[in-house]
Design a protein around this ligand. Structure first.
Ligand code: PGA
Length: 251
């Protein structure tokens, strides 16, 4: 039986200042559906504490978008695991394609970030995804396998309880182009099989795998009804309360 958690996570990227975030939470709290789906929101660092305080009595979890791999030190502009925990954060997104692409985060660095997060008892949403040219060249399955292997395959079996995966094909992020439910399901199933080979079918069956990439109210239900898609990591459509709520209801 599928006991996996259903999750909808908002990735606000570099959108919403403090006042805009507050407005969103006021409306969200008012309209939040009664659901078993976990609702996660990842605002900018500058809104984390306020977001945590504002939502602490509600079933909304505040997540960080990034973490530094070192515990502390002379790293101007960076934020550590302990700092995140001190403002109520219990989970962090690692491996987003924008971090890989624009900030040069490679597999070795992402592996170090995952280690640091887990060591500090932060849960992780780990993102993987292929670019369009990799899909066209039919190397997307190999690429996804290698992204998983390099960052996550030296974890202990028990570490997997702290991991959620997000499959986000880069060609679908912010482009309005979504993977079809069949394309997404095919990859989610492959990801689960890959985890099963390395860590056993019980681990594979219990890890939530989210789909991300132009999830919208009108495509959410078709994606989330696939057997290996356990929810979504939502960028653009999470910035507006009504569309975000419609997506939560689609799970
Ligand atoms: P998008 O972003 O929903 O705007 O495509 C998803 C993401 O980057 O996590």
């Amino acid at each position: 039986m599928n006991q996996r958690k259903k999750i909808i996570a908002a990735n606000w990227k570099m959108y919403k200042d403090l006042a805009e975030a507050n407005d969103f939470f006021t409306f969200l709290i008012d309209k939040l559906p009664d659901t078993n789906t976990e609702v996660l929101i990842a605002p900018a660092f500058t809104s984390l504490w306020n977001a945590f305080e504002t939502t602490r009595e509600y079933p909304i979890e505040i997540v960080a978008q990034n973490i530094h791999q070192e515990e502390k030190g002379a790293y101007t502009g960076e934020v550590s695991a302990a700092m995140l925990k001190s403002v109520g954060v219990q989970r962090v997104i690692i491996g987003h394609s924008e971090r890989r692409e624009y900030f040069g985060e490679d597999d070795a660095l992402l592996k170090a970030k995952v280690k640091t997060a887990l060591k500090n008892e932060l849960k992780v949403i780990f993102c993987i995804g292929e670019k369009l040219e990799q899909r066209k060249a039919n190397t997307h399955f190999d690429l996804i396998k290698s992204q998983l292997q390099s960052a996550l395959f030296d974890l202990n079996k028990s570490d997997w309880e702290q991991i959620v995966l997000a499959y986000e094909p880069v060609w679908a992020i912010g482009t309005g182009e979504t993977a079809s439910p069949e394309q997404a399901q095919e990859m989610h199933q492959f990801i689960r099989e890959t985890i099963a080979e390395a860590f056993g079918s019980d681990t594979a069956a219990s890890v939530s795998i989210l789909y991300g990439g132009s999830v919208k109210p009108d495509n959410a239900q078709a994606l989330f009804s696939q057997p290996d898609i356990d929810g979504g990591l939502v960028g653009g459509a999470s910035l507006e309360v009504d569309s975000f709520i419609d997506i939560i209801k689609a799970v």
